[in-house]
Write a protein that binds this ligand. Structure first.
Ligand code: PCD
Length: 806
């Protein structure tokens, strides 16, 4: 009873529940080098696997001789397509309904494609053996430009499916075509465009890039032939899905497969899919009966495991002369590389690209996407963006700027005029989604005031005059973006992966002494789940967060879940956590009623226990209740205090934000300086404001990278030009600007704690903001659009093209 002597506020504070800046518990081990990553796991008798890869982007394999490699001492096996074919494993299914070569059979389709898998006593022997593999190739014509893919005389890429004119998403128009996907009202939209007073049309390229987590993709497979059980450690963002996929393709029963994702050093979407390395490690372990580890190097990561973006988006807006948007039309040419291995929920071949009407009340719209094959690596992952939302937001936020320029209107005024109003929520958008909640005007007003938007425009006007008079060689750009994200896939009615509905889960066990272990179907890769889920539980259960262990990533112990990507953990497993805790609280109330000898309806919740209504001194704390649940028979109740919840969200959550960037560009060198970057995010109820701030910093840094330089480029022969950190821009503290963060709070009406996801928002809002700043700086020349990435060299080229160097 001594709990009662401290105040309600003190007791609340002690819990470290929702809303508090609890320090990250995982950092205790991470900052001491005590994390446990896949490469830290060493099993007795463990061997190492490594790939021999294609030097060419498109070539016929005329011969492949692995005999010298096999003969090297220390080499245990060399697998080729010929070995996998009898097992029917030379191709594997992709999440997008295509198949992908595990090891190339007759042809290679992109540079660095996997051709043979060497298994040796250590990495170094494996590397030496790879040097001994002899292959002859006949080079074939290469397609790197997706606009050339469907030319009548284009080289045929996928011989394996050349006669299959229907793909997973309907008919194919050409042998290099993957799918055509359309949504919206085409005749209605065409009609609006035919009659609209003002229209705009531009093709925006959202270039190919890569998530490039610091830890590359890795796996360690260990087959116990006696038990017939496979243990697979790996860098998996979705361990349960990997277990199901391994079971389906290997034929091993699912209960005999143990998938364990230990600590992960960043995922960013790269670790959602299944890769050839996983399959080969598993096969090699089954064949050899020894554990086999596969660890990608940096070049392999950047050039072979899934890329992101590569969308060519022809975007049109129709409007009245005074800036009321009447309709939107968008066509996307999607470059999927050699295989369609896009990681999207099954029904959505272009992810949630149909959120492209953005934050605006656009009455009618039509979206069409064509996916095509090229001689590039496959993938198409949601690199810090919930399934193509960054592409969608880039399209609309660039188009808004172009329209404003054409109308001679301030682009913020154009946004304010067309925003979905607060009273319109829940808002049904023209392309199908129902936005749960938002207050866009409030967010934009707060952001404008914070940056002094009107003053910045006045300064820019004065500086432009000075530039024209030749007094300065610097031009100033003001980047604006306002985004609406769609995160938390997903309601089972909308989203599944390989037929498995995208729910998520939480299981809670309260031990007799009142400490807790809880497990979720999600998997942190650095987001801080061990810290934040415990905060949800602390508030819901009245047990201090420090008394709660959070565990994820072991499929034997965690309830089935679909994993962590698409900022879905908070909207799905976060909701399951609150719901499971509420089941426990309901049982705890019955126990407290028994202990206090009152009817349970006479009790009310009070921070960390139950009190008799009107008699606050009569109380039972959660610790006491936990003990009682194990120590005495309570009539009508099972012993123990445990619960599990599988949560199928009724809708996605729709976080939003207003971002501003002020940039100065030296036209003679192309060097830009980010003077200011302000980000206002609204993710509904905030669980841990410090973690959110960290998420925003990380997401903005990746947005800065992508917009201002990061790119996976190919030359005409299909050679990858961005496959190392020498060529691929990964900003360090030196280049990264200072971030100012801010927020508003508009809870999600359907989420049990009102929270929306936030992990990807800063990326989605950040990329268009940077690009808009560059484009805005040059807008006075009359140019409507300059493509990303805006590195110094390309900015200099733009200045040259626009005649600013004369
Ligand atoms: N939160 C809070 N509050 C709210 C929300 C949220 O607090 N309202 C927090 C939580 O709890 C966590 C975080 O925050 O912790 C996040 O969350 P979310 O949003 O839910 O998300 P998630 O699911 O968890 O996660 C995911 C994301 C993604 S997707 C990505 S890309 C990225 C991000 O996350 N990744 C990463 N972030 C990060 N971080 C780190 N560190 N790392 C990593 O990797 Mo994808 O799709 O995969 O592409």
């Amino acid at each position: 009873m001594n709990e009662i002597v401290i105040t309600k506020e003190e007791r609340t504070e002690k819990l470290q529940g929702m809303g508090c800046k609890r320090k990250r518990v995982e950092d205790i081990r991470f900052t001491q080098g005590r994390g446990n990553y896949v490469d830290d796991i060493k099993l007795p008798g463990m061997l190492f696997g490594d790939f021999y890869r294609s030097p060419f982007a498109h070539a016929r394999i005329k011969s492949l001789d692995v005999s010298k490699a096999k003969a090297l001492p220390g080499v245990y096996a060399v697998l080729t397509a010929a070995d996998l074919k009898p097992l029917n494993l030379h191709y594997m299914p992709t999440l997008a309904g295509d198949v992908q070569a595990v090891l190339a059979e007759e042809k290679v389709l992109f540079q660095n494609q996997e051709v043979a898998f060497v298994v040796a006593a250590d990495r170094y022997i494996a590397a030496d053996a790879i040097e001994l593999i002899e292959a002859e190739y006949e080079e074939l014509p290469v397609i790197v430009d997706p606009w050339q893919s469907m030319a009548p005389d284009a080289p045929l890429l996928r011989e394996d499916i050349k006669d299959k004119m229907t793909g997973a998403h309907g008919p194919r128009k050409h042998y290099n075509h993957i799918f055509n996907w359309q949504i919206g009202d085409k005749p209605g939209t065409d009609d609006v465009f035919a009659r609209a007073p003002v229209t705009t049309k531009d093709t925006f390229l959202y270039h190919r890039t890569h998530p490039s987590p610091l830890e590359t993709c890795q796996a360690l497979a260990s087959m116990d032939k006696v038990k017939g059980e496979l243990t697979l450690y790996g860098t998996f963002q979705a361990p349960h899905v990997i277990r199901t996929v391994v079971s389906l393709i290997s034929g091993l029963p699912e209960h005999k497969i143990h998938v364990i994702a230990p600590d992960i050093g960043g995922g960013f979407g790269n670790k959602v899919g299944a890769y050839a390395g996983y399959v080969c490690a598993v096969v090699a372990s089954i064949v050899l009966g020894r554990p086999v580890k596969w660890v990608e190097d940096r070049m392999e990561n950047l050039s072979t495991t899934s890329f992101a973006r590569d969308y060519h988006m022809t975007t049109e807006l129709a409007a009245t002369a005074d800036g009321r948007i009447l309709g939107m039309r968008c066509h996307v040419l999607a470059d999927h590389g050699a295989f369609d291995a896009c990681a999207d929920p099954s029904k959505w071949p272009a992810g949630f690209m149909n959120i492209c009407t953005g934050s605006y009340d656009i009455p009618v719209a039509h979206l069409e996407v064509d996916g095509v094959y090229t001689n590039k690596a496959s993938g198409g992952v949601a690199y810090r963006c919930s399934f193509r939302v960054t592409e969608a937001v880039y399209a609309i936020e660039r188009a808004i700027e172009v329209l404003a320029q054409k109308l001679g209107m301030d682009s913020v005024d154009l946004r304010l005029k067309n925003f979905i109003r607060r009273d319109q929520f829940p808002y049904k958008a023209a392309l199908g989604w129902e936005y749960d909640s938002g207050d866009y005007h409030m967010a934009m007003d707060k952001a404008m005031a914070a940056v002094g938007y009107r003053e910045l425009r006045a300064e820019q006007a004065a500086r432009r005059e000075a530039f024209k008079r030749g007094e300065t060689r610097e031009i100033m750009g003001i980047g604006v973006s306002f985004f609406t994200e769609i995160v938390g896939a997903g309601p089972s009615k909308n989203c599944d992966i390989l037929g498995i509905a995208m729910f998520d889960s939480c299981e809670i066990r309260i031990h007799p002494t009142g400490s807790v272990i809880a497990r979720m179907g999600t998997k942190s890769q650095g987001q801080g789940h061990e810290t934040t889920y415990a905060q949800i539980l602390a508030t819901e259960l009245g047990i201090p967060a420090d008394d709660i262990t959070i565990e994820e990533g072991n499929t034997d112990t965690a309830p089935y879940g679909l994993g962590t990507y698409g900022s879905r953990s908070t909207p799905t497993a976060g909701a399951a956590t609150a719901m499971a805790a509420r089941k426990i609280r309901a049982k705890a109330q019955m126990i407290a009623a028994h202990l206090l000898e009152v009817h349970h309806n006479d009790l009310e919740w009070d921070v960390d226990g139950f009190v008799v209504k009107g008699l606050p001194e009569k109380r039972k704390g959660m610790k006491e209740i936990a003990w009682a649940s194990y120590n005495q028979g309570i009539p009508g109740l099972e012993p123990g205090l445990e619960a599990v919840n599988y949560y199928d969200p009724p809708n996605m959550t729709y976080p939003f934000g207003a971002y501003f960037c002020v940039m100065d560009i030296d036209v003679d060198t192309g060097v830009f300086k980010i003077r200011r970057f302000y980000a206002l995010d609204d993710c509904g109820t905030r669980i841990n404001p410090m973690i959110i701030e960290g998420q925003v910093h990380g997401g903005l840094t990746e947005a800065f990278a992508v917009a201002m330089g990061q790119e996976i480029r190919y030359d005409k022969a299909g050679n990858v030009m961005g496959a190392s950190f020498m060529d691929f821009f990964l900003p360090t503290a030196v280049e990264t600007p200072h971030w100012e963060t801010d927020h508003t709070v508009t809870p999600s009406p359907h989420h049990p704690i009102g929270a929306k996801g936030v992990g990807e928002s800063p990326h989605v809002g950040g990329v268009p903001c940077f690009s808009n700043a560059v484009n805005d700086a040059f807008a006075f020349t009359g140019v409507s659009h300059i493509d990303m990435p805006h590195d110094y060299w390309r900015i200099w080229q733009a200045a040259e093209r626009l005649g600013l160097h004369k």
